[in-house]
Design a protein around this ligand. Structure first.
Ligand code: HEC
Length: 100
């Protein structure tokens, strides 16, 4: 497969995932900055891990709080998480986490 068509497949997949997420609920403002690294629907890009429905709400919230408190190994997420209030972390968990 050429790199061009591989890109096209990825773009179609990302669009499909973004559509699925958009249908479920509106994107909270706090989540706008996540897509640049984690992909439009949180599906993961290259070495950046996927975050869409990979964990339950409690685990997602715990991961973000651990990043914020520098208690989870991170290269960048510790700095990103520091910018969010508890309420915003709850919105992010509700948006990205798996509903259980
Ligand atoms: C600058 C790129 C970047 C941005 C922006 C970013 N992330 Fe991350 N994220 C990463 C990287 C890299 C990791 C792996 C941990 C690390 O090295 O910090 C990660 C890891 C995570 C993890 C842990 C995943 C796992 O399975 O352990 C969660 C949850 C997460 N990010 C959520 C978010 C949320 C929510 C946002 C938006 C508020 C966000 N990230 C924005 C780069 C980013």
């Amino acid at each position: 497969m050429s790199s061009r068509s591989r890109w096209a497949v990825g773009a179609v997949l990302a669009a499909a995932l973004a559509g699925a997420a958009a249908n479920a609920q509106p994107v909270p403002p706090a989540a706008h900055g996540c897509s640049g690294c984690h992909g439009p629907a949180g599906e993961g890009v290259g070495t950046i891990p996927p975050i869409a429905r990979t964990m339950g709400v409690a685990d997602f919230d715990a991961a973000m709080r651990q990043f914020r408190a520098d208690q989870r190994p991170a290269t960048i997420m510790n700095r990103i998480a520091r910018g969010f209030t508890d309420a915003e972390l709850a919105q992010l968990s509700a948006y990205f986490a798996r509903k259980e």
